[in-house]
Design a protein around this ligand. Structure first.
Ligand code: AMP
Length: 317
């Protein structure tokens, strides 16, 4: 049986459905999670459907989470969207359900779940949720709110249709979603706006970016600097695409110092694959967008040298 049919058949079997996503959510995590929840709620009004996970930060214009107790997981179906590996799932209760489904578009390096639907070539998990709906459109109902969330997820993960994972199919799905009744201009404005403090830090990033001749670039955001600009780790997502706007930069790393020590490493590339670097430093992710960890500045230097190596070999300009 095709996987999209199988998933709907399992959803039909369960009365309580808990939907989780990854920690530090982005629009695709919240979009795929909330979009799927709203489709199930509208199609099967008798089912109890909950969206579960930690703080959503400045993305509360997309969705907020439900309050749940461990008891509610008894006999429940748990679906996790947009999350490559179990340790990244937000909400530890995810393992308390009866059956677990993984729906994701990251490389399937660490499989989990009783049923797993993974499409690494999809632009976003939100695009996959639309495909799930369309493959079962005689059964499922898509409310406008679900369309808004899925559209936001696609726009978020494709960098507004900029990144290479944006296919003709992605644009078709986005076009179909835009036909639903939601305020797309307002949503785009929310997604585009940044806090004043982030705008000011943008200036710092461009001023202090280290750029190697190979096209590799890096910057360290120290705890001291983050305090000075009054920002937290979760605010740094808006800074990650900035180096890529500079002509000639091929691959880059943003190293965010953590209050308890060590650095969160956010790696991006316009062509050469960098998730191998991430995997060598306790991380992983997409070929062109990965994350890792560095214990100290020495490890940051090692990672930067690896970025220089891939940028040198790639020579895409
Ligand atoms: P980020 O820079 O946090 O937006 O991460 C980009 C991508 O890298 C995410 O979509 C994740 O798939 C992946 N990623 C980030 N951090 C980790 C990690 N510690 N382990 C594995 N994958 C990660």
């Amino acid at each position: 049986m095709p996987i999209k049919q199988e998933i709907i058949d399992v959803i039909k079997e369960y009365q309580t459905i808990m939907i989780h996503r990854h920690q530090s959510p982005d629009p695709d995590a919240l979009g795929s999670q909330g979009g799927l929840a709203d489709i199930i709620r509208r199609t099967y009004p008798d089912k109890k459907v909950y969206t579960v996970g930690g703080e959503v930060g400045d993305l509360s214009y997309l969705n907020t989470m439900d309050n749940v107790t461990n008891e509610m997981y008894q006999g429940a179906l748990v679906i996790v969207t947009d999350t490559a590996n179990a340790p990244r799932i937000s909400g530890e209760q995810y393992s308390l359900g009866e059956k677990l489904i993984k729906i994701d578009h990251h490389p399937d390096d660490e499989p989990y779940g009783d049923i797993s639907w993974v499409e690494p070539s999809a632009s976003s998990t939100s695009e996959m949720i639309y495909d799930l709906y369309e493959a079962n459109s005689e059964e499922l109902v898509m409310p406008s709110e679900a369309a808004r969330l899925l559209y936001a997820g696609i726009v978020g993960d494709t960098g507004r249709f900029l990144y290479p994972a944006t296919t003709a199919h992605t644009l078709e799905v986005a076009s179909k979603l835009r036909r639903y009744d939601f305020d797309a201009a307002k949503l785009s404005r929310f997604m585009d706006e940044v806090d004043e403090k982030i705008a000011r830090l943008t200036g710092y990033v461009y001023d202090n970016l280290i750029i190697d001749d190979s096209g590799a670039a890096m910057i360290i955001l120290s705890n001291e600097l983050m305090q000075e600009y009054d920002i937290e780790d979760s605010d740094t997502h808006a800074l990650v695409p900035l180096p890529g706007r500079i002509h000639g930069i091929i691959s880059w790393g943003i190293f965010v110092e953590q209050p308890l020590g060590g650095y969160r490493v956010r790696l991006r590339s316009k062509g050469p694959v960098i998730n191998g670097i991430a995997k060598r430093h306790h991380g992983g992710g997409h070929p062109l967008a990965s994350g890792a960890k560095a214990v100290d500045k020495e490890e940051i230097e090692v990672i930067f040298q690896e970025l220089i190596t891939v940028a040198t070999e790639a020579a895409i300009f």
